[in-house]
Design a protein around this ligand. Structure first.
Ligand code: ZN
Ligand code: ZN
Length: 574
């Protein structure tokens, strides 16, 4: 699409600002700003003028050189001079420039006077009150910066771990054929199973020099090589994801894996512990007075500090090291603990596969039971079931259960919670089901109080079993609705209701912190895939990882129970 005048003008303004900061000749800076002003207010589309071969130098303030640049922008969508400047400009400086009302002059001061190089530096400076003391600044500017940083933190595009996973798999497969490659592993937030990742950190060990770096740079998905060396290279892929590969010595692999897995908070706590013991820990190993005590494996790194190995999902600096020291790390739930899935859809509503295919897939996963939870009638876009169609599906399930071996289908529904807190289907049909999964699918904008009361009222219905995707958030797409989760969890526990950890990679709802809260409160949880196809049942591992990030053990997760134990729990009425 041809760029609009204001888009073209924006590029010139940005170029002018950056050159101004770099100390470029003020006449040139002004020339770009003036050109931007002319372009922005010009009544005709410059893109069309270029297409028609019109002479742009007739415009006020547009000379030969700028006219040429405009033509390039119209033809390619890019301004190469700007890209060059952008390349050599620190990211934080660009970020500072985006703060409305700050302007290049003050950005320059911040950058050179306070030596602010990263957004973290900037936040620290603002929080410690150093910015308000600078000439030409004040409390207002400081607040402006903090507000902006907060918004930025919400908006910064991170990749779903799920998206990064297929990338990681492809790169590892590409590297694994490489002669000389020994060990290879993805570290970082990816390994900690954070729901989103900013980049991928890959660690490898090689025998006799290996060609692994060259092979990494030659990966077909690479858009740009950011840096390359014999022990570390960094690339940006075509999808925008940054990937780093580090080659580390074999005797340091465990230490490097530990170090680059993080988190920062976990590593700081670990280092503090090491110092107390007179040890030094870094990405090369654990040392006492220069002598290496450990480094080849993570287990020995932790052991050298008197700790058991700590699962990566726990490494968030939330007290896991203290717990490890006192031997009270939880025995975390594992994928193999699950005996069934309690939320999935079939082709009766918006799923892709028929009942039988879903049952076979669940059986292949080693499950004992699978709850079929198609949508209820209010969700018309999904052709939700009314009572009659639900009754027909129940009959089909009964018939299928006669035939199936080694797997039991449970008759269930994902029933909408209506605005007044009632459920979308009458109790006379809900009572004939094995269980219900209850969801908020509309009216997201209620106040926290109203939304919470709506859900608690729904839980008063004796046939309410599981609250699905409790906050409604969609990562990178939709914020959670306002809700008092603590009250919801307490209310659920009192009533014998269950909260769901929805394993869909863009939901992961409850999130890790909510799982911690659930653990504390002691409410029962279900980990469910909400699969819309037989293949979708495989996403369970994402829900399990989320539970592990919340320190959860299997006794709190109801779909690790036998069917008879589960049935007892679901019967709230007796
Ligand atoms: Zn739903
Ligand atoms: Zn669903």
């Amino acid at each position: 699409m041809a760029p609009s005048n204001s888009e073209i003008a924006g590029l010139f303004d940005q170029l002018a600002e950056l050159l101004d900061i770099e100390g470029e000749n003020p006449f040139r800076v002004r020339a770009y700003h003036n050109a931007a002003r002319t372009i922005r207010s010009y009544p005709k589309s410059l893109a069309e003028m270029v297409a028609a071969g019109e002479d742009l130098t007739e415009l006020p303030g547009i000379g030969e050189a700028i006219a040429k640049k405009i033509e390039t922008i119209v033809r390619t969508g890019r301004l190469p001079q700007l890209e060059q400047v952008l390349k050599r400009t620190p990211k934080s400086l660009l970020e500072l420039l985006r703060i409305e009302g700050l302007g290049p002059k003050r950005v320059k001061t911040l950058f050179y006077l306070l030596k602010i190089k990263t957004l973290e530096d900037l936040e620290r400076a603002a929080r410690s009150g150093r910015i308000r003391e600078l000439p030409g600044f004040g409390l207002k500017t400081e607040e402006l910066i903090l507000n902006h940083l907060q918004k930025h933190a919400l908006q910064e595009k991170r990749f779903l771990r799920f998206e990064a996973e297929s990338v990681a798999e492809a790169i590892l497969a590409h590297l694994k054929g490489c002669p000389g490659l020994d060990r290879i592993e993805v570290a970082g937030s990816f390994r900690r199973w954070k729901e989103t990742v900013g980049d991928l950190d890959i660690l490898a060990t090689v025998r006799d020099g290996g060609e692994v770096m060259a092979r990494f740079l030659a990966y077909e998905g690479v858009e740009e090589v950011l840096s390359h060396g014999s022990t570390r290279s960094s690339v940006r892929l075509k999808n925008g994801l940054q990937v780093d590969l580090r080659v580390v010595p074999t005797e340091s692999f465990g230490a490097a894996l530990q170090y680059f897995t993080g988190s920062k908070a976990h590593n700081i706590a670990l280092r503090t512990l090491a110092v107390k013991q007179g040890l030094k820990i870094n990405e090369y190993g654990v040392f006492r007075a220069g002598e290496r005590l450990a480094g080849a494996t993570e287990e020995e790194v932790y052991a050298s500090l008197g700790l058991p190995w700590i699962a990566p999902e726990l490494r968030e600096g939330l007290g896991e090291i203290e717990a490890a020291l006192e031997n009270r790390l939880p025995k975390l739930i594992e994928l193999a603990d699950l005996r069934g899935d309690l939320h999935c859809h079939t082709d009766a509503t918006d799923g892709q596969d028929a009942l039988e295919a879903m049952a076979e897939a669940a059986k292949a996963l080693g499950y004992e039971y699978l709850a079929i939870t198609d949508h209820s009638k209010r969700l018309t876009v999904a052709r939700g079931l009314d009572e009659q169609r639900l009754r027909r599906q129940m009959e089909q399930i009964d018939a299928l259960n006669e035939k199936l071996q080694g797997i039991r289908l449970l008759k269930a529904i994902e029933v909408d919670i209506l605005e007044d807190g009632s459920l979308d289907l009458p109790e006379r049909v809900l009572k004939d089901l094995d269980l219900t999964v209850c969801s908020v699918h509309y009216q997201f904008h209620l106040s926290a109080k109203k939304q919470t009361e709506r859900i608690l009222r729904a839980m008063d219905n004796p046939y309410f079993n599981i609250l699905a995707h409790p906050t409604g958030r969609l990562i990178n797409q939709r914020q959670a609705y306002e809700i008092d989760l603590e009250r919801i969890m307490q209310g659920a526990r009192e009533r014998g209701c269950i909260l769901e950890i929805n394993a869909q990679p863009e939901r992961l709802d409850l999130d890790g912190e909510h799982c911690l809260m659930a653990r504390e409160i002691g409410v029962k949880l279900a980990i469910s895939t909400d699969a819309h196809s037989a293949l979708g049942l495989n996403l369970m591992r994402y829900g399990v990882a989320q539970a592990r990030r919340g320190w959860l053990s299997k006794d709190q997760i109801v779909n690790t129970y036998s069917l008879s134990k589960l049935r007892r729990l679901l019967k709230r009425t007796c």
